[in-house]
Design a protein around this ligand. Structure first.
Ligand code: XMP
Ligand code: MG
Length: 174
């Protein structure tokens, strides 16, 4: 996949605007509470950094990392946690922050795993949602943008580790 053949999908300005809108909603929904934000490495770190700085309620931050093993580029469903969160989530309000939802396999696995630890609540905030690509039903609580098919890079998202540092989001033209 060549990140040079790309077309802008969301500009930095559109991204900033949408992040502020999401943060406002989250701040209202969690008023008077404290959020434990769990970012999914690596892709979500840029979005997470912007989001938490616009949220007005106190946020604690932790990270997890997952991998899906199997043939091909699409999720196989064999998902494993390669880096666990390091804090206790029992009784806490957990907000998972993800860059993009595709098949839904990663997030449904993670949500189920975290629920076993009896948090007070678990919600998901994903910056991009490829709704039509779901292989299992999964609905995120907060979504920045929905898109159809296509592979995107920038704003933390990568193609073979390239393109993560781009401030805008681009669709790769194959
Ligand atoms: P699921 O389990 O929902 O996995 O299929 C979502 C994960 O797939 C990766 N992904 C992408 N990464 N551009 C990327 O940089 C994309 O267009 C894209 N689509 C899916 C991503 O790692 C996400 O966490
Ligand atoms: Mg990811």
């Amino acid at each position: 996949m060549d990140i040079m053949t790309r077309k802008m999908l969301y500009s930095k300005e559109e991204i900033d605007q949408r992040v502020r809108e999401l943060a406002d909603r989250i701040s209202r929904d969690y008023e008077g509470r404290e959020i434990l934000v769990v970012g999914i490495l690596k892709g979500a770190f840029v979005f997470l950094a912007d989001l938490i700085r616009c949220i007005s309620v106190p946020c604690e931050v932790d990270f997890t990392r997952l991998a899906s093993y199997g043939a091909g580029t699409v999720s196989s469903g064999n998902i494993v946690i390669t880096k666990n969160i390091e804090c206790s989530i029992k009784g806490r309000d957990v907000l998972i922050v993800e860059d993009i939802i595709d098949t839904g396999l990663t997030l449904s696995y993670l949500v189920e795993r975290l629920k076993e630890e009896e948090p007070r609540s678990v919600r998901v905030c994903a910056f991009i949602d490829k709704i039509k690509r779901r292989e299992i039903p999964f609905v995120a609580d907060y979504v920045g943008f929905t898109m159809d098919d296509g592979f995107v890079v920038g704003y933390g998202l990568d193609a073979d580790e390239k393109g993560r540092s781009l401030p805008d989001i681009y669709i790769i033209e194959e």
